[in-house]
Design a protein around this ligand. Sequence first.
Ligand code: MG
Length: 398
Amino acid sequence: MANRLPDWNPPMQANDSSQDVVSSLPDWSKRERLLLASYAMFAESSAGRRYVEPLHPYRSPFQRDRDRILHCWAFRRLSGKMQVFTGDMGDYHRTRLTHTHEVATIARTIGRTLALNEDLIEALALVHDIGHPPFGHSGEDVLSECLRDQGGFSHNQFALTLVEELETRYTSYPGLNLSREILSGQDFRITHQGQAPLFEVQVVDLADSIAYNAHDADDALKLGLLQFEQLHSLELVQRALQWGKSDLRGTTQAALRQMLVHHLIDVQVADLLEAARPLLKSLGSIDCRQAQQQGVQLEMSAEMTQQRNQFSRFMFDNVYRHPQLVTVRKRAGQKVSQMFERLSQQPEYLPTRFLDRAQRVGVPRAVGEYIGGMTDRFCDAQFRRLIELGEPSAQDWQ
Ligand code: MG
């Protein structure tokens, strides 16, 4: 994996703090020097991009990364991808897009409090779920099974394929040409190897789990898959309700649900900050690379970790395995596997771009990538076209 990302342009050398150097720095760099802690990832120390580009006059490299992700096709398709609950179950609950924005908001709050690089955090949050195939984890499991002889399919790996190869924004090179810190953060999610990830990466992963814990409970209550009383015995829920110090008598179910979500997020973020601040203070003035080498990990308190585990187990047993969801998932999985089979047997049905891609990565992988990029609705439409109507071609999703 270490050799996977060669030929980076060298980092900027701007660590001299003499007055002349500081006054010649771009505004974003001065701002970072003013606001960020020593252990943050400074944009001026970035390992750069695979294809060398001049610096932008007023946006930092990480601001540009965030913007590139926000403007890419795969990001917009997140609005049509389910998080846990499908579109035909209503329009209240989260999609991948709203989940992504909620993660970015929580992560930026944590990052700003800890004086980390918010621009990098935002970019990492916006890209973190970009590789999810249609129909959530059932879509991913089925694709992975279809591609088991080719190394499977993982949304984290596919996110890298999208931003490095399949997105086309520039004429001279493929992909979005993102900074190495974004790609290596995504790489770590796949390999879990090497030194500790940057604090900015850790914060996004923690914010992701804080967000989905709270929001999946909210959505499940709203959809009637869960009753409020079922949650009462959970320590994390009790702690969240105490946190609000609210009088619950006479509160409507909707207000109670909303309050629970706010407090679930607040209580977890507060716990993380309470644990992280003294830890980071104890590091002294080390930089981000030294923190990575030392393997410093941001964690919540032992008590909160245990309470979160209990909550997750409850959600797994009562929501993610709810019969209503199991039925939906099964149907979605069958669609994905039938499409995969048809297109693998008759790759000439693939859109031209993926037929070309098959020359490089083989037919099964190209079919997996084509299906992996679809939204739920687009997948339904192609299923109708290819399987139900027997049309001899599929449409491109770009
Ligand atoms: Mg996520």
